[in-house]
Design a protein around this ligand. Sequence first.
Ligand code: FAD
Length: 479
Amino acid sequence: MAANGARTIAVIGGGIAGLSAAYRLRELAEAKRRPIAIEVYEADRRLGGALETVRRGDLIIETGADSILTEKPAGIKLAERLGIAGELVPTREQFRKTFVVHRGRLVELPEGFALLAPARIGPVIRSPLFSPLGKLRMALEPLIPRRRATDDESLAGFVRRRFGDEVLTRVAQPLAGGIYTADPERLSIGATLPRFVAMEREHGSVIRGLRAAGRARESATRGSSGARWSLFVSFRTGVSRIVETLAARLDDSLRMGRAVASIVPDAGDGPARWRLRFAGGGETSADAIVCATPAFAAAAALAESNPALSAKLAAITYASAAVVNFAWRAGDFPVAPAGFGFVVPAAERRRIIAGSFSSLKYPGRAPGGTILVRAFIGGALNRELMALSDAEMVAAARDEFRDLLGVTAEPSLTLVRRWRDAMPQYEVGHLDRVAEIERMASEIPGLELAGAYLRGVGIPDCIASGERAAEAIDSFLGN
Ligand SMILES: Cc1cc2nc3c(=O)[nH]c(=O)nc-3n(C[C@H](O)[C@H](O)[C@H](O)COP(=O)(O)OP(=O)(O)OC[C@H]3O[C@@H](n4cnc5c(N)ncnc54)[C@H](O)[C@@H]3O)c2cc1C
């Protein structure tokens, strides 16, 4: 308890989940006029975790996450509460196209392809991305009987069963696997794309389910002025705007460069329930804790006080990736790029897993005549590439851009950012694992977990996770 009688809540981790938790705690305390002291302990010297915008001259460079999905409302709602929703920018619709590398060329993803399934067969039939047999197999999907078993399945198993191997290797692996930087043979379909499982269950077919969803969307928007936001948005000055705004509101709560090494129940006589020990020495106490670190850091911190929960947390594995940003002159591209980006199937055996044209995707990212590009390296299927030096990564990405897009010129900017153990892997059975983690954590009063390893890796999921944890702590503190 703080000197003024306010109770102390420690938020461990200053990524988007931890910052959202801290801000929600502050909102709730203000609404109830409850005096509380919030302390956010962040191991790094920088806040934001996987969100990092670097601004250099006229360039707005995203080294990590770059887009906020609007279908899940938590991101937009937080921006509205922070008063920065007016700074949200939509994607540039004229470039809404995704390409897939196929036999060394960029081929446009057929219109209406939703991550792992086509909503319409017509564009697929015309696409050079699939063989005649592959197209036939895909068209037969509505006739494939629904799966009776209800246990979890891998993304690869699901796609192969419903659509055949070509859709898996040419589209679902690089697109869906790419989002999670995961091996689709291990990735849980139930934890990542449950709506496709529901479509099979409810409509007997994913294609029928997608059509029904399309009709429902149409009738919902008929009569209205259409969707308010594009599917993805960012902020005018980059995705870190939300981190900077949260940081400004939480300024007096931020404790940077403080890695929490262990969380143990407080054995002292005082009212505080928890002691936090810092890596490198020192400790503090708190009445309640939101632990918003990656699972492995939460596992380490809880190893002493709760070995069983710690072991469950430690079982969640992570993948690493690197993002290399380049700036080129538009004229350096023999053919002007015209899309958000492209994905690279593992079967193509290249050293990048995706490329995106940041300045085509969002407005204001680069001055006219400059194209800002991101190349993604690594992930669960290419772990060995993380051993490359920065110079080797740059060379590898440039080789691929030369080969695929014909760009030979020196880039005017090169920026390598490594994301070590940054992507939790939602392996088959993930939801059961998380339910067990949540059950075990619920037996520990005054401790809540939050973060990307639980029920969604996206920015809105992480915001919702932090806010849920804050609300649970608020209830724990009572009135
Ligand atoms: C390259 C990349 C691109 C992505 N692109 C997108 C995208 O476009 N859209 C999207 O929605 N999502 C995207 N994601 C996913 C999303 O950004 C992350 O899942 C999300 O930001 C994770 O937030 P978090 O707060 O749970 O964890 P993190 O961002 O990992 O934050 C955890 C924080 O805890 C700190 N920490 C760790 N251990 C300790 C300790 N012991 N004590 C104190 N602090 C500690 C860390 O330093 C870190 O700051 C991307 C992720 C990556 C890596």
